[in-house]
Design a protein around this ligand. Structure first.
Ligand SMILES: CCCCNC(=S)N1C[C@H](O)[C@@H](O)[C@@H](O)[C@H]1CO
Length: 647
């Protein structure tokens, strides 16, 4: 008997139990989930590992656990892990397995949302841009080329996920198929059925699969199949009873689930920063929990969309670098009044863990860093274009030039003398998404998708016309997610179509990593101009290693700069656009800073840096600014105020 007891205790030590095997299922009889045979309700929060540095995953997850959550909900952005076909990346900040292990160590179960499409204000809703190599691909359908890529990706991903299923000893209790498919135009039930069979083939028959759709029959009709448990999502202000009645139309029995109770909302460049009061969120959470329903709060922490990863809404409206979402934990993981208000609501429904909540991280104001002018994009072409120039009669798109993100330089020449200002246009609004136009190295204007399709140019025949085109992020929701970038239609000068193009695919990130950009000899004090050709600037600062606790998190602000991209020690921090707002500062996580060497700051200013009137600088401050006044030329999104019922 002693040896049996000893053996049993060893098994328990390793999380096995001599009793019933680990199980998680839907109990249709009692309208609930069951975990290991016991009734179970999840109170969950969304966190995107792809928007938080790996070093901070445990801090954020602990804060979520201490708020009283028993689960987290996470997306897997396909493009984050397969940037080109067959080249997978699951390391460092993309180490999915490590994130799942930390979640389990902290004591959080996992609601996995692997897509293949995820929306999430992520470029093309998480779908990799290289799918657009097939120009007429119909994404999120039974398109054979799309499904072949999905089968390969899901074969790789779901095989990695299987050991992390709850039944197999891991934290994953449920897996979502697709994402709000009922909101998509295609309504291709065979596609959903294909995904169902694909998920079952890799994950087995035990794991609970579910779908999520808006709380209405119009969404549920095309978003659900009988083999997969249907859930709904809705924000504060939506009538809870009506929303769950909609779910009951698809699932007369089984647990009630709100998969996305919005705690805030997304931002767009040029629109006011969205905030939602703690009282509204707490009241909405209480109403949902009072029904006995399961709930996931979207977002519990939003984090940062680093690099070029952000998406856009349609009509074309790209989202900013910050994904703060006015969530209970700020972009930097700081505790807010909303965090504690939510915690008090949860306390009414389940025991809250005892003990200290990990504190907000200190922020350090490293101060001003003087910036020196480097080369313009046009001057540095041979350093930036690793693949060299491509010539063709008509402009090619980013994808045709084998580029997914960032910038491409399109070069041509004036075919005739333009002594009078002559319109250079994209008559079909084909600049995707913003273009910076120079003639013989002099900036002459900006073209912008849906906003500005013409600039006037002058110059002699043969003058060099440089058009730097910037992708601002692919549409991630709705009919037009197959969002090609670059000059996607022809350009005209006057009434003539411009022909004879030389295009440079630019790998700026690699050029900066290799330190290829050089300073330029200071020219005679340039006249202050309203616009300059896209130009690099560089500065550096030392963080002394004798100050305890440094480096710490910080924010970077660029006073009087207009729009561009920032790299710190080669890490692509994201886009800045203080001239449009609402975001003015960018979060700088401590892990990209160093006390062992000077910290290099590289800025690509696309419009005009405040450097012509003397030394220019950037500033590292301790406080974020996400709600600056914005240009009011931006309309809000109907769906935002209609579907999600915000007050
Ligand atoms: C303006 C249209 C927004 C569409 N997206 C909506 S409703 N959302 C639902 C979607 O499932 C989620 O990924 C997020 O994209 C969320 C908004 O944060």
């Amino acid at each position: 008997i002693m040896s049996l007891l000893r053996f049993g205790s060893v098994l328990l030590l390793f999380g096995c139990s001599l009793g019933a095997p680990r199980s998680f299922s839907v109990d249709y009889k009692n309208d609930c989930f069951r975990k290991d045979g016991e009734e179970f309700r999840y109170i969950s929060g969304s966190i995107h590992y792809s928007r938080i540095p790996r070093v901070y995953w445990k801090d954020r997850l602990l804060k979520m656990y201490m708020a009283g959550l028993n689960a987290l909900q996470m997306y897997i952005p396909w493009s984050f892990h397969e940037e080109s076909p067959g080249r997978y990346n699951f390391s460092g900040d993309r180490d999915l397995g490590h994130f799942l292990q930390v979640a389990q160590d902290v004591g959080l179960l996992v609601i996995l949302r692997p897509g293949p499409y995820i929306c999430a204000e992520w470029d093309m809703g998480g779908l990799p841009a290289w799918l657009l190599n097939k120009k007429d691909i119909v994404l999120r359908t039974s398109d054979p080329d799309y499904l072949a890529a999905v089968d390969r990706w899901m074969g790789k991903l779901l095989s990695l996920m299987k050991p992390y299923l709850y039944q197999n000893g891991g934290p994953i209790i449920t897996v979502q198929v697709e994402n709000e498919y009922g909101s998509y135009f295609a309504c291709d039930i065979n596609y959903l059925r294909h995904l169902y069979k694909l998920f079952r083939s890799h994950l087995g028959n035990d794991v609970v699969l579910f779908t999520t759709d808006g709380p209405g029959i119009s969404y549920i009709k095309c978003g659900t199949i009988k083999e997969v448990y249907a859930t709904v999502d809705f924000g504060p202000g939506v009538d809870v009873t009506a929303a769950f009645e909609a779910q009951r139309q698809a699932e007369p029995h089984g647990p009630l689930v709100n998969s996305e109770l919005y705690t805030g909302w997304l931002d767009h460049w040029g629109s006011p920063h969205f905030v939602l009061s703690s009282a509204i969120v707490a009241k909405a959470l209480d109403k949902v929990l009072a029904t006995g329903a399961n709930v996931n709060m979207y977002m519990f922490i939003g984090g940062t969309t680093f690099g070029y990863w952000n998406g856009a809404n349609d009509p074309y409206s790209p989202q900013p670098t910050s994904y703060d979402f006015d969530a209970p934990l700020t972009e930097a993981g700081d505790l807010t009044e909303k965090y504690f208000a939510i915690r008090e609501v949860i306390r009414m429904y389940r025991k809250i863990p005892e003990g200290p909540v990990p504190p907000s991280t200190p922020k350090y104001a490293y101060g001003t860093v003087v910036m020196k002018k480097l080369q313009t994009i046009s001057d540095a072409l041979e350093k930036l274009s690793f693949s060299g120039p491509v010539k063709s009669e008509y402009p090619q798109t980013f994808i045709e030039l084998n580029q997914a993100f960032g910038f491409v330089l399109y070069r041509t020449a004036l075919p005739v003398d333009c002594s009078a200002p002559t319109p250079l246009s994209s008559p079909l609004n084909g600049v995707h998404d913003r273009a910076y136009v120079s003639v013989n190295g002099v900036a002459v204007g900006i073209l912008e998708r849906d906003k500005a399709i013409t600039v006037n140019v002058t110059g002699k025949a043969g003058s060099q016309v440089d058009i730097l085109v910037e992708s601002m992020g692919r549409i991630n929701y709705g009919h037009n997610i197959n969002d090609f970038k670059g000059l996607v239609t022809n350009m005209t000068l006057g009434n003539e179509t411009l022909k004879g193009w030389t295009m440079y695919s630019l790998n700026i990130d690699e050029a900066i990593r290799q330190g290829l950009l050089s300073e330029t000899k200071p020219t005679a004090s340039p006249q202050p101009a309203a616009l300059s050709p896209p130009t690099f600037y560089k500065g550096s600062f030392i963080i002394p290693d004798c100050i305890p606790d440094l480096p710490q998190d910080t924010y970077i602000q660029l006073p009087k700069w207009r729009k561009g991209q920032i790299w710190i020690n080669g890490f692509n921090l994201g886009r800045y656009w203080p001239s449009r707002g609402p975001q003015v500062t960018l979060f700088v996580p401590a892990n990209i800073l160093s006390t062992a060497a000077p910290n290099n700051v590289t800025v690509l200013e696309l419009e005009e840096a405040p450097c012509s009137s003397g030394p220019c600088s950037v500033v590292f401050t301790a406080t974020p600014i996400l709600n600056a006044t914005v240009q009011s030329d931006h309309k809000q999104h109907g769906r935002l105020f209609v579907r999600d019922g915000f007050l």
